[in-house]
Ligand binder design. Structure first.
Ligand code: SAM
Length: 294
């Protein structure tokens, strides 16, 4: 087996060899502990039949652990300075393709047709750049990218919000947007010390698995997320008060708003944080005809 990229000594050597300096603005905190990497990859249950999409390979620390177990890895890296580094560090692996692009701009559907046609399953495995964690996850979910799951490192605080249950402090529109599509659990907590440079926050690895059935049918998913977002604008206020100010013409159409809450079986005096995803789904359907237009 090749020498691991992710030891403190080898990482330093690679960075020095290529004269690389970290860009904080790109969320560059590289993993330097092979045990943590092994652990992350073990949660993905990789085999030769699985294709992996990685976001932000950095100098290839996680990429090589994925490449040893998966059929193929396609990794999106935004920082052009890392391309020659990756060419060097990942040269022992012929099942890795690095694409120099912002993943948020990527045509994932086309890439999947071109790169993963022969694979039984596609998963995302990544140590995400923390400044764009949520947009990246939501891109995969909203574009209905045909992945079965995601094993992703992020700020622990964000992982807690994603996995939160109703009536807890961390529960909010992010919990609803992600749990609508995926089952979410925290697979491991990761200390700052396994990164170079160390981030200011604690990290966690989140495991997202696609739900077999959506929790409820909604008329319009974007509208569901608008309603849930609008219900948490001021957490201490009632759902009625929040929706009155956040929905278009909410104040003018007070009676219609009350009628929709009643039709969905939601007491207007409840707080948004007490509603389950199913209740938000029923509520967004009841509001749709009168409130989805501007
Ligand atoms: N995977 C490496 C590791 O674990 O050591 C590096 C992870 S580091 C937290 C995040 C990586 O994502 C960096 O290499 C950064 O340049 C890259 N990145 C940041 N924003 C990106 C974007 N929008 N699209 C693709 N890559 C991005």
């Amino acid at each position: 087996m090749n020498k691991d990229i992710a030891t403190p000594k080898r990482t330093k050597e690679i960075l020095e060899k290529h004269g690389f300096s970290f860009k904080k603005s790109l969320g560059q905190n590289f993993l330097i502990d092979p045990n943590v990497l092994e652990n992350i990859v073990s949660h993905a249950n990789l085999t030769e039949k699985v294709g992996v999409i990685e976001i932000g390979p950095g100098i290839g620390a996680l990429t090589e652990h994925i490449a040893r177990q998966a059929g193929k890895v396609v990794a999106y890296e935004i920082d052009g300075r890392l391309l020659p580094v990756l060419e060097d560090t990942l040269s022992p692996y012929d099942n890795v393709k690095v694409i120099h692009q912002d993943v948020l701009e990527a045509e994932l559907e086309t890439m999947i047709q071109e790169e993963f046609a022969e694979y039984e399953e596609i998963v995302v495995v990544a140590n995400l750049p923390y400044y764009v964690t949520t947009p990246i996850i939501m891109k995969f979910l909203l574009e209905r990218v045909p992945i079965t799951g995601m094993i992703i490192m992020m700020q622990k605080e964000v992982a807690d919000r994603i996995t939160a249950s109703p009536s807890t402090k961390a529960y909010g529109s992010l919990s609803i947007a992600i749990q609508y599509y995926m089952d979410a659990t925290v697979a491991m907590i990761v200390p700052k010390t396994v990164f170079m440079p160390q981030p200011n926050v604690e990290s966690a690895v989140l495991k997202l698995t696609r739900k077999e059935h959506l929790p409820a049918e909604v008329k319009d998913e974007d509208f569901l997320f608008k309603v849930s977002k609008g219900s948490f604008v001021q957490r201490r206020k009632t759902i009625f008060n929040n929706l009155q100010t956040s929905l278009p013409n909410g104040k003018a159409k007070k009676e219609l708003l009350i009628a929709a809450l009643e039709a969905a079986g939601v007491d207007p005096k409840r707080r948004g944080e007490t509603l389950t995803i199913e209740e938000f789904a029923h509520l967004s359907n009841a509001l749709y005809d009168d409130f989805s237009g501007e």
